[in-house]
Design a protein around this ligand. Structure first.
Ligand code: CTP
Length: 404
């Protein structure tokens, strides 16, 4: 992973309640060897003051465009010298200013006066985050290449809970590291699948599984952040802003059809979806009534999409699968790697606390043919995606060099 040693990072802090967490972000960046210049908006200054963050940063926090006689035009000096711009928390106001290119204060002026990569960590109440205007602004910034970290779902200010909570400082620091790497998937075409398929029994009932789609969506977002052209085939409706093509599906058969169409064009396929292995052979169009007695469910196997993609894999394509296991993780993962003709498999024990279905975190081991596994500790799904995609990008680059 890229080092932060000696990197000049502008840490923009705007006025959300999560501003207090910016102090820890600052501390961790400095501990990792970065040179951190904090810039606080007036609202952030009101909330957390400048004393603590100034003591922990590499230089005193700045809050104003004017008044520093040693640096009469600070925004250009700081912006031009920066290796990375990190805004944590980013409020709806700063996001909106960035979208329209409005220089309203020292922070927004500095962000505009820089060509450094930009990482935005939104934090706000759910109602604000879900406003169409905010979603549009954030999508435009993502499409222009800004990296987004969070927001997550959880406790918010005032005792509320929902989407809008700022990502945790460790995740923000990891994102800063990855943002300092050149876009390792630039111009690569990446197909990602996400979520659990639903196999209908009748008009209202289905056979499904506990997959939330969070890991697959994190893969898609990180790949897009890393410059890839992403097609996301998903069963889920996550509100993450996207700079990618999204194809919604419900059943294994629909996912199969779309994947078989899309995969031949992809340089990298990440099959993170939890595809049902069996479905009712027949389903009825109306709702089955209790009074009619217990239905007889005859099941049939679904298509093994990944196995099929493995069989028809074009030369040079990298195929990444997943193994959701509750026992014999290593053995089962290695067997799936071989049987499905994969280049990499990401295995997780879904029975372990904090891993697998519906968590924001995961614990995975990465297997490649003929090498010992890489075991990741408990990490956010974004970090898992960063690490796996980083490895996959190396395989893509190797494949590019092989004679066609
Ligand atoms: N997969 C698939 N199509 C299926 C079932 C699974 O493409 N019908 C893919 C999954 O997306 C995953 C990999 O195969 O990348 C392994 O899925 P997993 O559920 O762990 O294993 P299965 O192959 O279904 O085998 P089992 O359920 O017996 O462990």
């Amino acid at each position: 992973m890229t080092t932060l040693q000696g990197k000049r990072i502008v840490l923009g802090v705007s006025g959300g309640i999560a501003a207090y967490k910016a102090i820890e972000v600052c501390r961790r960046l400095v501990d990792a060897g970065a040179h951190v210049t904090p810039i606080l908006t007036k609202a952030a200054e009101q909330m957390i003051g400048t004393t603590t963050i100034s003591a922990l940063a590499s230089e005193p926090a700045r809050t104003a465009l004017f008044g520093d006689l040693n640096t009469p035009i600070p925004h250009t000096k700081i912006g031009q010298a920066a290796d990375l711009l990190l805004v944590a928390p980013a409020t709806a106001r700063v996001i909106s200013d960035l979208r329209v290119g409005r220089s309203a204060d020292l922070l927004t002026a500095t962000l505009l006066a820089s060509r450094a990569p930009l990482v935005i960590c939104p934090a706000m109440h759910t109602e604000m985050w879900e406003q169409q205007s905010v979603q549009e602004n954030i999508s435009v910034l993502a499409a222009r290449g800004a990296r987004l970290v969070g927001p997550e779902s959880g406790l918010l200010a005032g005792g509320d809970s929902g989407v809008g909570r700022m990502a945790e400082p460790t995740e923000i620091v990891d994102a800063a590291r990855f943002a300092l790497q050149p876009d390792y998937l630039r111009a690569k075409r990446v197909l990602v699948t996400a979520g659990g398929t639903r196999e209908p029994i009748d008009a209202v009932r289905f056979i499904g599984n506990r997959s939330s789609g969070k890991q697959g969506h994190a893969f898609a977002q990180v790949a897009a952040n890393q410059g890839a052209e992403v097609v996301l085939v998903t069963t889920e409706n996550h509100s993450t802003p996207n700079n990618m093509r999204i194809l919604k599906v419900v059943t294994a058969a629909e996912m199969h059809q779309v994947c078989v169409q899309e995969a031949p064009q992809a340089d990298l396929v990440v099959m993170a979806a939890a595809v049902a292995d069996f479905r009712p052979k027949h389903h009825v169009a109306h709702k089955l009534k209790k009074a009619q007695g217990l239905p007889h469910l005859e099941l049939e196997a679904t298509e093994d999409i990944l196995a099929e993609l493995g069989k028809q894999k074009p030369r040079g394509q990298i195929l990444v699968g997943f193994a959701a296991e509750t026992n014999d993780l290593a053995q089962n993962a290695q067997e799936k790697l071989r049987l499905k003709n994969l280049d990499m498999i990401v295995a997780n024990d879904v029975s372990v606390a904090g891993a697998g279905f519906d968590h924001d975190t995961n614990i995975v081991s990465i297997y490649l043919p003929d090498s010992p596994p890489t075991n990741l500790p408990l990490s956010t799904k974004t970090t898992v995606a960063e690490v796996v995609l980083n490895e996959a990008a190396k395989l893509c680059n190797q494949a590019d060099k092989e004679p066609k």
